[in-house]
Design a protein around this ligand. Structure first.
Ligand code: MLC
Ligand code: AMP
Length: 468
């Protein structure tokens, strides 16, 4: 793997690269905007620079400029609360923190854009939740990104003719690596919407000839509901070249609803922060509801048992944990060799914690997760432990257990079971989590209980909490 990450920025032309609201930047303008920004920044390749990923026109410019020049981005959720912000800034220790809203968009007509070669050097630190403790910084290299995007381009026949349309945040793999870097590496365009609104997303699909719609299952669910009621929205969704869903499992019933309302299918892909995308249903194979497709070309996938011994089964029945090896597997967690060693073995296998089956043709079906302490809500991963820790800061909370309950819209919704030792309102607890962590980690439901179910060792039995 060599050359720059975005080769079209080496010889920029007048094809569109980025669209946000009314702003459109061609590759020539993007190169000049990146150049102007980098000149003002004065950072060197390899330096860590944090970016508040506000929905504004300069955010994708800043992130693209860093990636092109080999500056390591630490993308930050703009709604990060006090405690979470303090943790990430202390942990990542960025040389600079950029608020793209404060930047004057400028185009620098002189000199060439300094483009870094793709290699083993870090390009990104992405904060991701685990079962315990605060989020860890996953270090992703340029090679990880380039390899994975090229494999995805092959799977989806993704080219410079395609415009990606999405309304995802730019502080996670899905919106940032696939949505922004993917579009630019393919030499095509990204149309980024500042917030998810079904009608606006549908309208955006009508503005380009060949579109890739990237979505999480919650968006699919809401788009299906709109499409059932509005033929214009249904028609617009039907016109996308590919509609992709990922970041959480898409229930087969949502595939069916979309097909009934729009006459088209959705392709699923599977991945995670630490490995980027691992599996995808191929464009040439067409939709396969219930399956995330085969491993991408060059990605090795194993199912393993509880002792991490490989399972040979290809019967679509036997369940094992998904392990991944390939150039897409991350470099490790920033400053946490112990946590890295727990998930990445000496042979380069990364253990995902996801449970799956494999069919005869290698297609993977994700059926669950090893831990009840990881929740996927709206496509966001949330560690139960971090929400519990935030709630325990309230003096009126004696004990708490946080779980993910099945939810038609969010996939899982965060539910907090609280043993209170005084007067406390559910709303105050919800607000505490929203303001100390971030709004998407807030419980959607608080249930006050007299006691939590525990085993003989005194450990809370979370599965019993959700049993009917
Ligand atoms: C609500 N809000 C509050 C609040 N309650 N703000 C402060 N305090 C409170 N108590 C705000 C929210 O911040 C939000 O603002 C707005 O009100 C609506 O909130 P919401 O109801 O929580 O949002 P919701 O409609 O549920 O969002 C649904 C969604 C979102 C689908 C749009 O969940 C989403 O964007 N998901 C994408 C997740 C994602 O990108 N995952 C990729 C992970 S990478 P505002 O301004 O935001 O509207 C990965 C790897 C892979 O997983 O495989 O891809
Ligand atoms: P994150 O750490 O936020 O990147 O989330 C990664 C997790 O999202 C994976 O470990 C899976 O549990 C889940 N995930 C991503 N894509 C899919 C999918 N298509 N189907 C089921 N689960 C998925």
């Amino acid at each position: 793997m060599s050359g720059p990450l975005f080769s079209r920025l080496a010889a920029p032309d007048d094809r569109p690269a980025l669209r946000f609201g009314r702003d459109v930047l061609t590759y020539r303008q993007l190169a000049r905007a990146c150049r102007a920004y980098l000149a003002g920044l004065g950072a060197s390749p390899g330096e860590r620079v944090a970016v508040w990923t506000h929905p504004c026109a300069m955010t994708p410019v800043v992130l693209a400029a860093h990636a092109a020049a080999g500056i390591v981005s630490v993308p930050l959720d703009p709604k990060l609360g006090d405690a979470a912000r303090a943790h990430v800034l202390a942990d990542a220790a960025p040389a600079r923190v950029i608020d793209p809203r404060a930047l004057e968009p400028a185009l620098d007509p002189s000199g060439a854009l300094p483009l870094a070669e793709v290699g083993e050097a870090p390009l990104l630190v992405l904060y991701t939740s685990g079962t315990t403790g605060p989020p860890k910084g996953a270090v992703i290299s340029g090679k990880n990104v380039a390899f994975d995007l090229d494999a995805l381009a092959a799977a989806w026949e993704w080219s410079a003719l395609d415009t990606v349309v999405h309304a995802l945040p730019l502080f996670h793999v899905h919106g940032l690596v696939l949505g922004l870097y993917g579009a630019l590496r393919a030499g095509g365009a990204l149309h980024w919407l500042e917030r998810f609104e079904p009608a606006r997303l549908a309208r955006a699909l009508g503005e380009d000839a060949s579109t890739l719609l990237f979505s999480v299952p919650t968006m699919v669910h809401r788009l299906a509901t709109e499409a059932e009621e509005d033929v214009e929205i249904a028609r617009a969704l039907g016109a996308a070249r590919l509609w992709i869903s990922g970041s959480a499992g898409l229930p087969v019933r949502e595939h069916r609803r979309v097909e009934a309302a729009t006459g088209r299918g959705i392709l699923e892909r599977y991945g995670l922060t630490e490995t980027l995308i691992d599996c995808a249903v191929r464009a040439t194979d067409g939709p396969r509801p219930g399956s995330v497709g085969r491993p991408l070309d060059g990605v090795a996938l194993r199912l393993v048992d509880d002792e991490r011994r490989p399972l040979d089964a290809r019967d679509d029945v036997t369940i094992g944990e998904v392990a991944i090896r390939g150039d897409n597997v991350f470099c490790g967690y920033l400053g946490r060799p112990g946590a890295t060693a727990e998930v990445l073995d000496a042979d380069g296998w990364f253990y995902t914690g996801d449970l799956a089956t494999r069919a005869a043709d290698g297609a993977i079906r994700i059926v669950g997760r090893r831990s009840t302490d990881l929740i996927k809500t709206g496509g966001y991963k949330v560690g139960a432990g971090e929400v519990e820790a935030a709630l325990l800061e309230d003096p009126a909370v004696a004990e708490v257990a946080v779980v993910g309950a099945p939810d038609d819209d969010l996939g899982e919704r965060i539910v907090a079971f609280v043993v209170a030792r005084g007067e406390v309102a559910a709303e105050a607890l919800v607000e505490r989590v929203a303001s100390s962590l971030t709004p998407h980690k807030r419980p959607r439901e608080v249930r006050f209980v007299d006691a939590l179910p525990k085993n003989a060792m005194g450990k809370v039995q979370k599965r019993r909490l959700l049993a009917p």
